[in-house]
Design a protein around this ligand. Structure first.
Ligand code: IMP
Ligand code: MG
Length: 188
């Protein structure tokens, strides 16, 4: 595992993101919606840095990538708060193909939001599947598989306080999400 962004880098990036969001909304009330589960760590840090009157909610999306229904997304809005006539900011961990953010913004718009924007911690430098781009991005990263700071590999590593790139052998060597060398909590 190779550290890509350490705790100091992440704090600086989220702080920049918060400033951009504050500048954009100029004190207007905002409804921020976390995409479960990958954005939990970012969300907790980000909302405490924003100086806007906030309502917070969550939405759940799961993709079936790599399975029979490749590319299909299941969305659960049961925990979404009322967004009618609200300015909404969707917060997700990473913009990869872009399908998750694009789909969820559409779902929130359909629920009657006045405006819908998106903020992500990471955008992968690759060709995305959608024309849309995130409105606010903290970091652009190479097209590699990353974990930590909320991001998982098979539900592991979300609690790492830094962002790391998984080496190919850590991805392929096993089926239970634990790397062959057992190094789940490496020192940065
Ligand atoms: P999308 O391809 O932009 O729709 O991203 C879908 C989801 O895939 C993200 O919300 C993440 O949960 C997950 N994902 C994409 N790239 C990575 C990665 O490098 N590490 C961990 N999760 C990822
Ligand atoms: Mg994930």
């Amino acid at each position: 595992m190779k550290v890509l962004l350490n705790e100091t880098d992440l704090h600086a990036g989220v702080s920049r993101l918060a400033s951009q969001i504050d500048d954009h909304y100029q004190g207007q009330p905002l409804t921020v919606v976390a995409v479960m589960t990958g954005s939990v760590v970012l969300f907790a840090d980000l909302i405490r840095m924003l100086s806007l009157p906030l309502r917070v909610g969550v939405i759940q999306a799961s993709s079936y990538r790599g399975q029979a229904k490749a590319g299909e997304l299941s969305v659960d809005t049961q925990m979404l708060l009322d967004v009618r006539n609200r300015d909404v900011l969707l917060v997700d961990d990473i913009f990869d193909t872009g399908r998750t953010v694009a789909k969820l913004m559409e779902v929130i718009a359909v629920q009657g939001a006045r405006s819908v924007a998106s903020a992500v911690l990471l955008r992968k430098c690759r060709a995305h599947d959608v024309a849309l781009r995130p409105d606010f991005t903290a970091f652009e990263i190479p097209d590699e598989f990353v974990v930590g700071y909320g991001l998982d590999y098979r539900d592991q590593y979300r609690n790492l306080p830094f962002l790391a790139v998984l080496e190919p052998h850590e991805i392929d060597a096993n089926t239970d999400g634990v790397p062959a060398n057992g190094a789940i909590y490496p020192k940065p």
